[in-house]
Design a protein around this ligand. Structure first.
Ligand code: SAM
Length: 231
């Protein structure tokens, strides 16, 4: 009973803090911790945020870009529409798109990026600027994507693995993530594929770690792969 009470206390703490600080979800604290600990988000970064709805990670990422003059940008992608206008901490460098990450190809990703306002000049119709935006590598790929859970640990883990695999595929794409970092959520379970993801990332990144942020609920099976230094 005590442990359950303590867990609830911690959950309520993050929910209250999120509200107080203007984040739309308590998940903001997971990315804040991951980024602080592993140095993921930087000024002027170009961030792809997969599974962005309702937008808390985008808020954290956009805030970390620093002053709009520093440049950078965040492209949030989700199956669900995310409202930019109502979010605090985001500016014109953030952009949302509705898409399924499991079928997202390089060409479509570039098209989605085309209009991202990144402080290099905006809305001036200059084709070379638009082209540069579309083709510049992301420096950070984040995935907090999660399937609709069924309660069956093996099914949920398998679906989560598909999403994590899609995020890794995108991050390892031809132009994505030159020298950058990748953070991917995985729901662990029987046959969950953790070792496979680790092996693929270890070949492509200098450092690979698994980490569970403090804001993760104790009864959650989620864990985050953090890969840095894309080779
Ligand atoms: C835990 S929520 C993300 C929370 C978000 N990071 C935040 O901080 O506000 C997981 C999201 O993954 C999205 N998702 C699930 N499957 C997806 C897919 N195939 N492509 C894109 N997004 C997906 C869901 O729609 C859901 O919004």
């Amino acid at each position: 009973m005590v442990a359950a009470g303590a867990r609830k206390g911690l959950t309520d703490f993050y929910a209250k803090e999120a509200k107080r600080l203007g984040y739309v979800a308590r998940s903001a604290f997971k990315l804040l911790e991951l980024s602080d600990r592993f140095g993921i988000l930087r000024k002027g970064a170009h961030v792809l945020d997969l599974g962005c709805h309702p937008g808390a990670w985008t808020q954290v990422a956009c805030r970390a870009l620093g002053h709009p003059d520093e440049g950078g940008g965040v492209l949030g992608v989700d199956l669900r529409e995310t409202e930019l206008g109502t979010l605090r901490h985001v500016d014109r460098r953030a952009r949302f798109a509705v898409a399924d990450a499991t079928t997202l190809c390089e060409k479509r990703l570039r098209a989605l990026r085309g209009g991202d306002g990144d402080g290099d000049g905006d809305g001036d119709g200059d084709e070379s600027i638009a082209t540069r935006r579309r083709t510049r590598p992301f420096t950070v790929v984040l995935s907090d994507m999660a399937p609709s859970t069924t309660g069956a640990a093996d099914v949920d883990a398998a679906r989560s693995y598909e999403l994590a695999e899609a995020a890794v595929r995108i991050a390892l794409g031809e132009r994505a993530l030159d020298g950058g970092s990748l953070v991917v959520k995985l729901l662990e379970g029987p046959g969950g594929g953790k070792a496979d993801l680790q092996a693929v990332c270890a070949r492509a990144f200098d450092r690979v770690r698994w980490y569970r942020p403090r804001a993760t609920r104790r009864d959650s099976s989620e864990v985050f792969l953090v890969a840095r230094g894309r080779r």
